[in-house]
Design a protein around this ligand. Structure first.
Ligand SMILES: [Zn+2]
Length: 149
């Protein structure tokens, strides 16, 4: 039951969603991306590594400021396959939006997934790596996409 895959066919307008991210965590994250590094923060008490690196530990509720670099590889945590654009218009080739967990980190980062031929073959737990843009500028878009390895 825990590994059951559910399929839902419906329009999903992501423009209706909003979210918050700590500016400090985002600034650290994009600073690392500029140098093609994945930076986070590690809790000195429990050892949890957050990417992006939040300013406090969600478990211990203490401030954390130890910056750590994690590998730019990890595992595919979850994904969704889009067969239409944001307005419900069919797309030529389906695309995959996913969350990944970098090795050594306990939090998730979202992006697009490449390196697959048939999305039916994509499974949670597959290995991924970040593909950086050739020229980085210190922005989230420096992570061009996640590549299956
Ligand atoms: Zn902690």
């Amino acid at each position: 039951m825990a590994n059951e895959t559910r399929t839902m066919e419906c329009p999903w307008d992501l423009t209706t969603y909003s979210w918050k991210i700590e500016a400090d965590a985002l600034n650290l994250f994009v600073k690392g991306l500029k140098d093609k590094k994945i930076l986070g923060r590690k809790c000195p008490r429990c050892g949890t590594v957050y990417v992006p690196g939040t300013s406090y530990c969600r478990k211990c509720l203490i401030d954390i400021d130890q910056v750590v670099e994690v590998k730019s590889e990890g595992v595919l945590d979850a994904f969704t396959v889009s067969v239409s654009d944001i307005r419900g218009n069919p797309v030529e080739k389906p695309f995959i939006t996913c969350t990944v967990r970098f090795d050594g980190s306990e939090s998730l980062v979202m992006g697009t997934l490449e390196g697959w031929k048939d999305w039916h073959d994509v499974k949670e737990g597959m290995r991924i790596k970040v593909v950086f843009k050739d020229v980085t500028e210190g922005a989230l878009a420096d992570m061009a996409y996640f590549q299956l390895i």
